[in-house]
Design a protein around this ligand. Sequence first.
Ligand SMILES: CC(C)(COP(=O)(O)OP(=O)(O)OC[C@H]1O[C@@H](n2cnc3c(N)ncnc32)[C@H](O)[C@@H]1OP(=O)(O)O)[C@@H](O)C(=O)NCCC(=O)NCCS
Length: 140
Amino acid sequence: MIRKARIDDVQVLNSLGEKLLANFTKTYNLTNYINDKNYLILVNEDMFINGFLLISENASAYELEAIFVLEEDRQKGIASNLIKYFIDNYYQNHKDIFLEVATNNIKALKLYQKFAFEIVNTRPKYYENIDAYVMKRVEK
Ligand SMILES: CC(C)(COP(=O)(O)OP(=O)(O)OC[C@H]1O[C@@H](n2cnc3c(N)ncnc32)[C@H](O)[C@@H]1OP(=O)(O)O)[C@@H](O)C(=O)NCCC(=O)NCCS
């Protein structure tokens, strides 16, 4: 089941986030984001929360900040469902959606391409020594 995150999910989300990024809690303040209308956190909860999607929004665009699924639950469509849920329920189609992804993160690249994201730019050494692609969703 996909739903919006609540304040009592923050601890679990931070521990998932730390698996994605060592400095996750320094980079993302989920406690503040829960009540901030410029952020959206969606969780996938089966027996417990096993995946999340974090999106920020400004006047003209969304930014897909982070998406994570627990390793043992990958390749079951959870990330796809989270993105689809966002597009179906929250996305206002006059706005662009951007994201950054490490050029060597093939799984994520494939996921984003499945949702019509295209590479629009490259940021050299964005993740320490690894370049990032900037991707933008191009509606077909
Ligand atoms: C990237 C990630 C979120 C995908 O989650 P997931 O729930 O396994 O993804 P899905 O099952 O919805 O798969 C969606 C698509 O992603 C691609 N994909 C997923 N796993 C893949 C793999 N092991 N190899 C190749 N492509 C893969 C495929 O295109 C797949 O579509 P398909 O099943 O129709 O072929 C997950 O691997 C993850 O959490 N990785 C670590 C965090 C991360 O890198 N996040 C992105 C940067 S913030």
